[in-house]
Design a protein around this ligand. Structure first.
Ligand code: SF4
Length: 341
């Protein structure tokens, strides 16, 4: 999502006649698109602002602009903690017609189809950083996809924190006055996009197990839909899943994967896993390992649990040591990503 937002920021500047500087020292402005998902990502912003401030000392006209998820914090606090930043701008302030977005590839483009999340998984800042789910109108997405195809793009990835629940909310529109309630299921969106001639491949992320309904699975078998599915499991232990506020059990997840594979046998499935969630015992971790063995994920983004202020899990004691988290990370990384069994 942040990559797609950065493409929009680049387009916003170029549309105003700016050009990317070949060296940061030659730039007039630097925009930092921050991520809040882990503490380490926020720490990097502090380091980056410090480094960029050195350029400001040599070139007083140089401006540092901060945008992205860190803007969830009160502005007064940000100003105090990041005195080197000249401007704090919400992502929505880089409003841009989709035809001006600068995509990093000439064949593939991202299309954000919704913003925010309603799920409040206990470890996650997204609902606080990006707000509640708001879907882009179907018409706007179709227009954007058709425009991209006319410009030569052949592959799109639909983006959202929970794409399967697309359309269950009120829509977001470039013109706020057009906002009204609508219901367009995600399966319908996939079917409509599939009809676009010359569009060859449609991918989407991220999917959550509890919203992956039968009609979506049915639609996923359409020939243009990517045969890779990213389905976050997070843990293979029911108690930990409950503490994470995930709405399924390990058994439910296995049954869902079985159903998907029955319908689309060639599908590859990737996942997200968090190791070292508060209270995760060795036995509970081993249940995650066992589930991963059973499923045979193609790849996994494995995170070491990091407490995030404001989230439900922040109240729980972060009692798995860094060393132990790293050990568990290595076991899963070797098992899933390096295929060492
Ligand atoms: S569904 Fe994803 S984005 Fe939403 S709260 Fe859970 S982990 Fe965060």
């Amino acid at each position: 999502m942040n990559v797609a937002d950065s493409e929009r920021i680049a387009g916003w500047y170029e549309n105003r006649g700016w050009k990317p500087a070949d060296k940061i020292e030659k730039a007039d402005e630097a925009v930092i698109n921050s991520c809040s998902v882990r503490q380490s990502a926020e720490n990097r912003v502090f380091g980056l602002v410090n480094n960029l401030s050195k350029i400001k000392n040599k070139n007083p006209k140089f401006k540092i602009i901060l945008t992205g998820c860190m803007l969830r914090y009160p502005l007064a606090d940000l100003r105090k903690k990041l005195p080197g930043v000249n401007e704090f701008k919400k992502i929505s302030e880089f409003l841009l017609d989709s035809k001006f977005i600068i995509h990093n590839s000439s064949v593939h483009a991202y299309i954000p189809i919704m913003e925010g999340c309603n799920n409040f998984c206990s470890y996650c800042v997204v609902p606080y950083a990006r707000g509640r789910e708001k879907s882009k109108p179907l018409k706007e997405i179709l227009c954007e996809a058709k425009e991209l195809v006319e410009r030569g793009y052949r592959e799109i990835t639909l983006l959202g924190q929970n794409v399967n629940s697309y359309g269950k909310d009120s829509q977001i529109s470039k013109s706020k006055s057009k906002t009204k309630n609508f219901k367009v299921p995600f399966a319908e969106l996939l079917k409509e996009l599939s009809k676009i001639e010359k569009l060859e491949k449609i991918s989407f992320m991220t999917s959550n197990p509890w919203d992956l309904t039968d009609d979506i699975i049915e639609t996923m078998s359409l020939p243009k839909i990517d045969r890779y599915l990213h389905l976050a499991v997070q843990s293979g232990n029911n108690e930990i899943l409950k503490k994470m506020n995930r709405k399924y059990s390990a058994k439910d997840f296995l049954a869902l994967v079985k159903k998907i594979r029955q319908k689309i046998p060639e599908i590859k499935i990737g996942t997200d896993i968090i190791v070292g969630f508060p209270g995760e015992s060795e036995k509970q971790f081993q249940e995650t390992v066992a589930l991963c063995r059973k499923i045979g994920f193609t790849k996994a983004y494995i995170s070491l649990y990091s407490p995030r202020p404001g989230t439900g899990a922040f109240r729980l004691k972060d009692d798995v040591s860094y060393r132990e988290k790293k050990r568990r990370w290595l076991i899963l990384d070797r098992l899933i990503n390096q295929h060492v069994f």
